[in-house]
Design a protein around this ligand. Structure first.
Ligand SMILES: Cc1cc2nc3c(=O)[nH]c(=O)nc-3n(C[C@H](O)[C@H](O)[C@H](O)COP(=O)(O)OP(=O)(O)OC[C@H]3O[C@@H](n4cnc5c(N)ncnc54)[C@H](O)[C@@H]3O)c2cc1C
Length: 509
């Protein structure tokens, strides 16, 4: 039976998207050549949340910042595209650093807070249930309490799959199939049997359990690149930041005397820097490592080659008539498609499609290895059939235009056992730092917020290394509620006692 799980779209709960902060103006900001020559140089590779976050703080501290952007090729290879142009992005309440930034930039990029619908063959409401019901059983809650985002917690839970963990902690088959598996597929982009239990606990805690009262989210009223990054980059340019597009980084040069990275190579060009930040995804970094003798010589970079990333397919369809889509954002699972996917009513989300006479819908498929090789026509046929299973009215519509984006290896795969290969923010090169949604850090946030935070953390490392400027303020994830804090501290005490018992290290943990 087809069931729609959630109610009431676009409910505003008083947290309006009207944000005001200081406004930077463009006049008199041109940076002269001499001024630039006197500044310490920082080269940032990648202009997503992580790269721009780092550039933002370092420009404010007076560094000469150059951002190199490689971009991706879209389908026909005629258009270079950044990942932030693809897919629709949601913003949750705990994204406090991003909301703070958007205030500072004086932007209004978001819709009101919305709820999402979830479609499946059986259907079950989960996210509105109280805390204990949501974790289905007290034993699973024990895992959530036990996972405190420390290195120890990651090493303990990372080797097992999310499915194994849910099984061990007594999750019912129905709850797994209808709720937790689809949730992981759209949150971690892979089925539960392919996800690390540590990543699952970290993500569940951050999005669901620590924010029990509000699981609503806001959407960007256009692509993230257009609505947030473009104006942000314009502001950074006025502060002297250089953005160089079409620069695919291929290698680095090492100063043999100091052991530091002295230059970044983009095919035939090179860029000198006193410090360097890599703010790119796993697959990009893997490509760079494979072509770089300097990086291949370091253990921490060789380990990156063991990591995996996930394929994404985005399908944007223009229909010949208005289809009544009850909710702007939707998660779908089951039916004849084995993986969960999302679809969005762009007329309701994007400003540019608000007044369109046709329905414009976008469906995003993660873990889409089996869909990427299909011809466009076949993809459209499948997507329309799946859409019709969720909202019957799609059956009456005809596709009049389409835009299909194939992005192999775009998304981070937190597969079981991957934690030990992930990089930290600092590297064995004294002036090379890492940022991005897959970097190990202790902030506790995920996805866009995590990328932005790791960008600020990388900027702080540069400030520390170059001994100039102030540290960026990073807003911590909201503190645990008192009952969770007590349970966590009790659990830590028990852990310490257990660790002192004889043979405690003898058995496989
Ligand atoms: C379809 C989709 C939906 C998502 N939905 C959400 C959501 O709802 N909410 C959420 O919070 N997160 C979501 N995410 C995840 C979120 O978008 C990412 O976590 C975040 O954007 C990662 O930012 P980043 O800066 O770390 O990396 P990226 O955004 O990947 O930035 C890396 C940059 O490096 C550039 N680059 C690539 N190769 C090179 C090279 N060789 N040289 C120089 N530059 C290069 C790229 O073009 C890009 O600009 C989604 C992701 C996708 C793909």
């Amino acid at each position: 039976m087809l069931a729609c799980w959630r109610a009431r779209p676009f409910l505003s709960n008083g947290h309006s998207n009207f944000r005001r902060g200081f406004c930077c103006r463009a006049e008199d900001q041109t940076v002269s050549l001499t001024e630039r020559q006197n500044k310490k140089k920082v080269v940032i590779v990648g202009s997503g949340w992580a790269g721009l976050g780092a550039a933002h703080h370092l420009c404010k501290q007076g560094f000469d910042v150059t951002v190199l952007e490689g971009g991706y090729e879209l389908g026909s290879k005629t258009k270079s595209l950044s990942p932030d142009d693809a897919g629709i992005r949601g913003f949750w309440y705990p994204y406090r650093n991003i909301f703070n930034l958007v205030d500072e930039l004086d932007l209004l990029p978001f819709t009101n807070w919305t709820k999402s619908a979830q479609y499946s063959e059986e259907g079950l409401e989960f996210l509105r249930l109280p805390f204990v019901d949501r974790v289905t059983s007290l034993p699973l809650m024990a895992a959530v309490i036990d996972f405190d985002n420390t290195d120890t917690a990651w090493r303990k839970y990372d080797p097992i799959t999310a499915r194994e963990m849910l099984k061990q902690f007594g999750c019912s088959e129905r709850l797994y199939r209808n709720i937790l598996d689809p949730l992981l597929q759209v949150g971690l982009f892979a089925p539960a049997e392919q996800c690390s239990a540590a990543a699952t606990l970290g993500m569940l805690y951050y999005y669901v359990l620590a924010n029990q009262k509000n699981f609503d989210l806001a959407w960007c009223r256009g692509t993230v690149r257009e609505t947030i990054f473009r104006p942000w980059m314009e502001l950074l340019k006025t502060e002297g930041c250089r953005f160089l597009e079409g620069r695919k980084v291929t290698d680095v040069m090492v100063n043999e005397e100091t052991g530091s990275i002295s230059e970044v190579i983009c095919e035939k060009e090179s860029f000198k820097g006193d410090a360097l930040i890599f703010a790119v995804g796993i697959s990009t970094l893997q490509e760079i490592i494979q072509s770089s003798a300097a990086l291949c010589g370091r253990e921490e970079f060789l380990k990156i080659l063991k990591l995996n990333s996930i394929d994404l397919l985005t399908v944007k369809l223009w229909l010949d008539r208005k289809v009544n889509i009850p909710y702007a954002s939707n998660v779908s699972s089951g039916f004849d498609n084995s993986c969960a996917w999302t679809f969005f009513d762009l007329n309701a989300i994007y400003d540019e499609h608000k007044d369109s006479t046709s329905t414009i819908v976008q469906a995003d498929f993660y873990y889409a290895n089996d869909l990427l090789p299909l011809k466009d026509e076949k993809i459209v046929e499948k997507v329309m059939s799946w859409l019709s299973m969720c909202v019957k009215d799609f059956e009456n519509a005809t596709v009049i235009d389409k835009e299909i984006g194939r992005f192999p290896k775009l998304l981070t795969h937190f597969f079981p056992g991957s934690y030990k290969y992930m990089m930290r923010g600092s590297t064995s090169f004294p002036n090379l730092y890492m940022a991005g949604d897959w970097i190990v850090n202790r902030h506790g946030s995920w996805s866009q917020e995590k990328s932005y935070v790791t960008g600020l953390e990388a900027a702080n490392r540069v400030v520390d290394y170059l001994e100039e400027g102030n540290f960026a303020k990073i807003i911590a994830v909201q503190e645990d509620e008192p009952h969770i804090q007590s349970l966590r501290s009790l659990n830590r005490n028990l852990y310490d006692i257990r660790a002192q018992l004889p043979f405690s290290k003898y058995f496989l943990q």
